[in-house]
Design a protein around this ligand. Structure first.
Ligand SMILES: Cc1cc2nc3c(=O)[nH]c(=O)nc-3n(C[C@H](O)[C@H](O)[C@H](O)COP(=O)(O)OP(=O)(O)OC[C@H]3O[C@@H](n4cnc5c(N)ncnc54)[C@H](O)[C@@H]3O)c2cc1C
Length: 440
């Protein structure tokens, strides 16, 4: 009997289950945690709703945006859409020229960037143009730092532009980051249509943005969503799969989409014939993301909803008052590994508050004394996106068992879009194989 089990209720699992439900295919989504969303979720803390980390979406996130539409989310209400503008405090600003089509909008933006010399602007444009001519393809992957050096990118340009983009997109320091994946991001975000480079910020908490509407959609289409239910083992049952869950139940499913993080794959598939994916899942390395929430008086407001920081540990500050109406709440993001990891939370929060004071001198007095703080560190926020990284394929090698997740082979780094595309791809492949009367 046709019934698909999707294991894992992050972006990938939700996307897979929603795409199956859309085609009226019986599906049950299992999520180990009490809430859906995985690494893109909100949580309650001391009466406040905070995201596990501030997320940015891009206009190029076609699958994520299509899923929001499928779930009936009103994007104008749910997302603040900002045409590309990277403002770093102090002294750097890159604004895309909105009257021009892509890629001229970004090239013109680079030529007018504030805080760069003419030479640095020219080198940035030359880099983009050369990469475009090369079709954004490298003969062999290398670290982004190496590529930028070969391309003679001035140190200041790297520090103000390429490094922040790399950290935000790949969550991996430039010395370790894959130049090829970085180029994929440039290609998809900056050079196709103008709105691809728009930045989209949630105007509500993350769970309400994506996870909850998708779960509602799945249920409306007669799918089942079981939270607080971990799958403990998967075994073959003829051509089907027998799943045992943490509530001691077992049931048989015709297909399985395994949408758990890579470090859970080996354990979950240990009763199955060996998967080739396991070796690459086991050798995958991770990078953290830390979000420091600082609450100030509700009257405190920054000039912009999102500002880059240049002179310390914090990389971006988001004014949540301008996003989800939590006035006076600032979220400071620190991507990837760094010395901040050795600081106790209390010390890190004070250091970040002091950095904010220096970045916005006119608000310094207020910013150095928050009313409360909360530090959330996700130690395995994303896989380390290193050169030539071997990412497992969606087809597991066992008929009817698919892998999905931000780590599965694809063009994107670990992002909501990478996860959503991977889940949707697995579902589409499964649907196609059903239509063709075969199971892959
Ligand atoms: C702090 C932070 C900031 C980020 N910022 C951005 C950003 O700005 N933009 C962006 O696009 N991306 C960002 N990301 C990355 C993005 O959140 C992830 O790439 C994406 O959410 C991964 O989705 P996933 O479904 O692949 O994995 P996950 O979200 O990890 O989902 C896997 C799910 O499987 C569940 N699970 C595990 N084992 C079992 C089991 N045995 N049975 C049932 N369920 C199980 C887990 O509980 C989890 O919910 C950020 C991530 C973090 C942590």
């Amino acid at each position: 009997m046709l019934h698909v089990a999707v294991i894992g209720g992050g972006c990938a699992g939700l996307a897979a289950a929603a795409r199956l439900a859309e085609q009226n295919i019986p599906v049950t989504l299992f999520e180990a945690a009490r809430q859906l969303g995985g690494r893109a979720r909100s949580l309650r803390w001391n009466g406040h709703t905070l995201d596990n980390g501030q997320h940015i979406l891009l206009g190029a996130y076609s699958e994520t945006l299509s899923l929001l539409k499928l779930a009936g989310v009103d994007q104008a209400k749910a997302l603040l859409r900002l045409p590309l503008q990277l403002t770093m405090q102090p002294g750097f600003e890159l604004r895309a020229c909105h009257s021009l089509p892509a890629p001229l909008h970004i090239l013109c933006g680079l030529m007018l960037a504030r805080g760069l010399s003419w030479r640095e602007r020219w080198f940035a444009v030359r880099f983009m143009s050369r990469m475009r001519l090369a079709g954004f393809k490298l003969g062999q992957d290398q670290s982004l730092a190496e590529l930028l050096e070969i391309q003679e990118q001035p140190e200041k340009l790297t520090r103000l532009l390429w490094e922040p983009i790399c950290l935000a997109a790949l969550n991996t320091p430039i010395a370790k980051a894959s130049a090829q994946v970085f180029l994929n991001v440039l290609r998809d975000s900056f050079l196709q249509t103008r709105t691809d480079s728009d930045m989209l910020l949630a105007k509500q908490d993350l769970s309400r943005l994506l996870a909850l509407p998708l779960a509602e959609f799945i249920k409306k289409k007669q799918g089942r969503v079981e939270t607080a239910t971990a799958i403990d083992s998967i075994a073959l049952a003829g051509e089907a799969f027998e799943l045992e869950d943490s509530k001691g139940r077992s049931a048989v499913y015709s297909h399985v989409i395994l949408a758990v993080p890579p470090f859970r794959v080996a354990q979950l598939t240990s009763s199955l014939p060996a998967l080739t994916a396991v070796a690459s899942c086991e050798t995958m390395r991770y990078q953290p993301i830390c979000t420091v929430y600082l609450q100030y008086d509700a009257g405190l407001k920054l000039k912009l909803p999102m500002t880059g920081l240049r002179q310390g540990m914090g990389q971006w500050v988001f004014d949540r008052g301008q996003l989800d109406g939590q006035h006076g709440l600032l979220a400071v993001v620190i991507s990837a590994e760094g010395s901040y990891q050795n600081l106790p939370q209390e010390q890190l929060a004070s250091a970040i508050a002091a950095e904010l004071g220096r970045a916005f001198p006119q608000l310094a007095e207020k910013l150095t004394a928050p009313l409360w703080h909360k530090v959330i560190t996700e130690k395995r926020a994303t896989f380390a996106c290193t050169p030539g990284l071997h990412r497992p394929k969606m087809l597991s090698g066992i008929r009817g068992l698919y892998l999905a997740g931000d780590y599965v082979a694809g063009d994107y780094p670990a992002t909501m879009e990478g996860a959503a595309r991977s889940g949707a791809n697995a579902a589409r492949h499964l649907i196609q194989s059903l239509q063709q009367g075969k199971i892959s």
